[in-house]
Design a protein around this ligand. Structure first.
Ligand code: PMP
Length: 418
């Protein structure tokens, strides 16, 4: 082709033939308007909270104000543990700030091995694989375990990472009603007997803080020849004799346990542990494990130190349960409607009538120096509006008294309680 030919080709196209650009961002207009309407009411943008300083596992400065943290999932208060911090410092000094690569290539450092050893010891299992987050652990495990022609059977209230793991894979997806053993049984019974099946459960469901009847569900799954994966993100450290989770507390065996370092462990990362003899093969096939960089050395070093300490954290565990009982009992006595009848977990959800109540009360608490999570549909079950509290072993009884007084004052002001 000649230069003249090229020049002709580069001439601008006839405007009549150019399709108008479709703005792909326009689909977010409703979302933008909804957020703006919320901000226009004068409320603090709940998605723009900044922790200006964090002074302990239970206190931070937000908008210049000392604030009690009651919505962080820092259940065991490990974020400021001196041994955990020292392990992070040492790893930063010895190994630098990052790995620059996937676990499959240059991204496996000493402390990735250390943390997987710590997990094997903590769970008493033969296999442990660490992912970059808990979200990626679910994404990776679910999409890799269940393939074409196989089935994933999941609770309708499953965490987004479980749903996304289903989308990422090629298996058929079947949902059963939340925590409904009979519905699980019925749906498993309709599937082909010879097909591979993975039932996915969570020990604690984080929106309402309710726990799963895992023992019965695992028994039903086994009856139908299904394997079971339990996500124990919200139970690690304080359920069961070794703090392994709800599955341990209820004395059942599951094939795979998924967890996170972002809650009780106090850093970031995710994992799966298993006794399956072929478990290591996951590393060879799992895209969210292979095609992303591994966690920084300081993160895995802090996680390893924290997990080892959690193995003997009986006092903290007892303190956390005391705190959960005290807050649950206090809120119930004040007349709030709660997500669970009893303090079943370290999450306590207050159920409100509508968005206005939720926002007004959340703002009043924040202005008074208390941070809780606000949650609303579609993240919540049955269209509920929630203020969710999660306790820390490091909350003091005095802090919980303060929290209860704040809930009482704001609950009365907003008319939630009489
Ligand atoms: N599973 C459950 C049940 C969770 O609640 C969460 C996070 N809230 C995750 C997985 C994801 O964990 P991570 O924050 O480590 O991505």
């Amino acid at each position: 082709m000649t230069d003249a030919g090229l020049a002709t080709e580069k001439l601008p196209a006839d405007p009549a033939e150019v399709a108008p650009e479709r703005d792909l961002m326009s689909k977010f207009d409703a979302l933008i308007a909804e957020r703006q309407a919320l901000i226009d009411t004068g409320v603090t943008d709940p998605f723009a909270i900044v922790m200006e300083r964090v002074t302990s596992p239970t206190e931070a400065v937000i908008a210049g104000r000392d604030t009690i943290l009651l919505g962080t999932y820092n259940y065991m208060g490990m974020t400021f543990d001196p041994d955990v911090i020292a392990a992070g410092h040492a790893a930063l000094d010895q190994f630098g700030s990052g790995t620059n690569g996937s676990r499959m290539l240059n991204g496996t450092f000493r402390d990735h091995i250390e943390v997987e050893d710590a997990l094997r010891d903590f769970y008493g299992m033969t296999g442990a694989i660490v992912f970059s987050t808990g979200y990626m652990a679910n994404l990776g495990m679910i999409s890799t375990l269940a393939g074409k022609g196989e089935y994933v059977i999941l609770d309708a209230d499953s965490h987004a990472s479980i749903y996304d793991g289903c989308k990422q894979g090629n298996a058929e997806i079947v949902r059963f009603r939340h925590n409904d053993v009979a519905d699980l049984d019925k749906r498993l019974g309709r599937l082909p007997k010879e097909a591979g099946k993975l039932v996915i459960l969570e020990g604690v469901y984080s929106m309402l803080g309710d726990i799963a009847p895992l023992a019965e569900m695992v028994a039903v799954a086994k009856k139908h020849g299904a394997m079971v994966l339990s996500d124990e993100a919200h139970s690690m450290g304080f359920f069961g004799p070794h703090g392994r989770g709800v599955y341990e507390d209820q004395g059942c065996d599951v094939d795979f346990v998924v967890g996170t370092f972002s809650k009780s462990v106090g850093t970031v990362g995710g994992f799966c542990v298993s006794n399956h003899p072929k478990f290591e093969a996951i590393r060879l096939a799992c895209r969210p494990y292979i095609f992303t960089a591994s966690l920084p050395p300081s993160v895995v070093a802090t996680a390893a130190a924290s997990i080892r300490k959690l193995m003997t954290a009986d006092k903290k565990r007892a303190q956390l349960w005391d705190n959960a009982r005290k807050l649950h009992g206090g809120l119930k006595a004040l007349g709030f409607r709660l997500g669970t009848e009893n303090p079943d977990s370290a999450i306590i959800a207050i159920i409100l009538d509508d968005q206005e109540q939720a926002v007004t009360m959340w703002q009043a608490l924040l202005d008074g120096g208390l941070y809780v999570n606000m949650a609303r549909p579609p993240a919540t079950p049955a269209g509920t509006f929630l203020l969710r509290c999660s306790l820390c072993a490091e909350h003091t009884p005095a802090q919980i008294d303060t929290v209860l007084a704040m809930f009482e004052a704001s609950g009365r002001a907003v008319g939630v309680i009489g």
